[in-house]
Structure formats: structure tokens, C-alpha cells
Design a binder for this molecule. Sequence first.
Ligand code: PA5
Length: 426
Amino acid sequence: MVKVDLSGASMFFQNMGPDYAEVAAAHRTLAEGSGLGAEFTGWLELPQNIKSGELKQILALAKRVRARSQALVVVGIGGSYLGARAAVDLLRPTRGTDDPDIIFVGNGLSPDSMMDTLSRLGDKDFDLCVISKSGTTLEPALAFRMFKGLLVSKYGAAEAKKRITVVTDANRGVLHDMAVREGWETFVVPDNVGGRFSVLSAVGLVPIAVAGIDVQTVIDCAIDEFRALDLRSPENPAWQYAGARQHLYHNGRSIEILASYEPSFRFFAEWWKQLYGESEGKNGIGIFPASVEFTADLHSMGQFVQDGPRTLFESVVSFEQDLHQFEVPFDMGDPDGLNYLASRQLGDVCRTAMAAVKQAHIDGGVPNIGISVPRRDEAGFASLVCFFELACALSGYVSGVNPFDQPGVEAYKKNMFRMLGKPGAQ
Ligand code: PA5
């Protein structure tokens, strides 16, 4: 289970600290399905449902794709993209020789980026997986049209048909209708799961499985983690995190920076930003979610964190055991003066840096919440996903918003479609 360490935050708490009675009420509301957006809380049962449902089909597809293709082009944006990218980057920062290249497209509109992607794809054999709950989001829809064309011109219509997989709504939408018409293999985005909570459905699991990540372990660990996180007590790490961040917010901390010392965590932080930003930033309130990569960003953002406006707190995600060991070599004559570190493990140097940064930031007035899992592996990924999802729902309910809608996302789309001249958008 995830561990939360509030020892670096408690000195900033006021009066009695986090109000766990509020968090308990939020947890009750969520479990009873009596809160705002309760029709979108199906993510709590996703691991169990996928295990008895689509998991076999996902594994079979992954096997076929891995056998015939050197790349999987994954089309999607926002909640239909970030979870898979988070997992692939965190768990497969370097590809194994048998692993296809997972190429994410349709998450922007830059023609230059499209060209870069086409060069990366080159003449590799590839499969195409398009993920869109609505089926109408412009960025992925355009990318799908382009890569579908490429697939057909490379393989011909019949073979292309076998190489297209669609993850979309079970019953409606343009993509759903096209898939039915063309006979493409399809997976479902459940009705009761919003995009940013969908990583443990086919939305995340199809690309994750093709990347060579053990999705059965991810799902089994997620089932255990959600069960453990059902604990109704201040010992529950999700209660501690949700309670602490709401308490800090109400005491002037309106910005949260999620930090990690693992560069491969970068896209997990992007997933987290969407999860918390879209869930909590509404009705004129919300904690602004930002992220940093340490130690690199200590050399760029460190000054601001240490010494800027005292409106932030930091949550630091760490992995207790390193997957690899590197010893600092001894250098005769000590030309660079680093022999005092000779024979120390790089991981120990990193942990010492972490402790030093934590103390410096606390001294500078930045509350520090520690979040850790044993290893950067399938179990660690599953634990972090379940933990952050549950804490997000609890935190949203404590703050009084509907954590499962995103009405603000529509505003730009209306303008854009009108300005592009979409029929009916005038
Ligand atoms: O969380 C959300 O709802 C959004 O980020 C969506 O996932 C994103 O806009 C993509 O939508 P769709 O899957 O309908 O293409």
C-alpha cells in the first residue's frame, strides 16, 4: 500500500490539523453513491470488472500486435492518453528488444510534431489504436484520419482493417458507428467512468499491455489496493493526503507541486495534473496542480520553491528500493575532489539529496507531504493510481465540488468549432 508521511507538513497545520471527520463523510458519500457525479464512480470497480471481462481480449490483442508490429500508434488526448503514457514512461523508459515502440499521437495540432512522429514511425510495421470516449474530439479524430490513411496505403484495406483497434463508447458516437460499419476490433470505455479515471480500463490497458507491461499484475494489485484503501480511518493514506491538502489549501496554500526524483515519473505527474486539475478546479476554487522533476528542477525552479510566495506545498513521490545499483568510482589523485563519495551508491546520494531538499524547503516555509511505494514496478504503479484517484474524489467532495465533471473544457471547443466552420457550430 502507498505510504504517506506528514512529518514535513504537520508543523504547518493550524489548530487540530486536517479534519478527518470531513474526509470520513466524503468517503461515505462516495461509497454510498450519494454525492455529486455519483454516476461517474465506476472507476472504483474497474479492476474487478476488467479482470472478469475484457482482460483476456486485451492480452490476446497485445500478443498479436507484439508479434506482427514494431510500433503501436496510439491516438488519444487527455484522459484517453495520459494514463497509458504515464505507465509506459514510468515502467518502460527504455524499450526491450522485443517491445514495440508506443507512439502517442492526436494529443495536439502541431504539424511539425506530426512530421516528427512520421519520421519516428519510418517504415516500421505498425498497428493503430484510437481511443476516444466521445469519438468527436478534434485532435485525435484528425490524427486517426491521417494514420488510418497511412495504414491503408501501406497494407491495403483488408489488412489495415485487422490492424485497427478502437476504444470508445459502447453504443454511440462517430467512432463507435465507424467501428461497427468497418468491423474493427473494439473495446469499451464504460459509461460510468470519466476519461481521467479510465486508466485501468481498456483506455489505458491496451497500450500498456502492448508495451510489454504485465497488466495482469497491474489489475491484481489494483484490486488489492482499492480493497486496502477502503479503510475508514485516519490511518488510510488517501485520507491523510486528501485531508492534509484540503487543510493546507484552507490555510493559504493554493498551489501543489508534485515532485519526484525519477525522470520517468514525468508523465505520471502529467496524468496527476489532469486528475486533480479537472476534478477540483471549478466554481472559483481549487488547488493549482503543478509538477517538478528533481534534482533537475532544483537548478531552475529551486529558487522559487525555496524563496518565492509562500502559497505552495509540495508532495514528493518516491520509490523505496532502487531497481539498479551504481557505485561512485574511486579516482586516484582525486582530481575532481569527489573521492569522499567513492564507493557510495548513487541511490544513497539521491536519498541524501532528498532529505536535504526536504529540510531546506520546510525551513523555507514549504509544507512537504511524502508519498511512497516500494518499487517502480507494476504494483507500485497500480498502488499510486488507486491512491491518487481515491484521494482526488475525497478531496473534491471535501471541497464541495463535483469531482467527476469538467464543464469548463467545453468553452474553447465551442469557439474553435465555430471559427473552423464546423457545420451546426454557428
Ligand atoms: O477527462 C476528460 O474527460 C478529458 O480529458 C477527455 O478524456 C479528453 O477530452 C478526450 O476525450 P475523448 O475521450 O472523448 O476523446
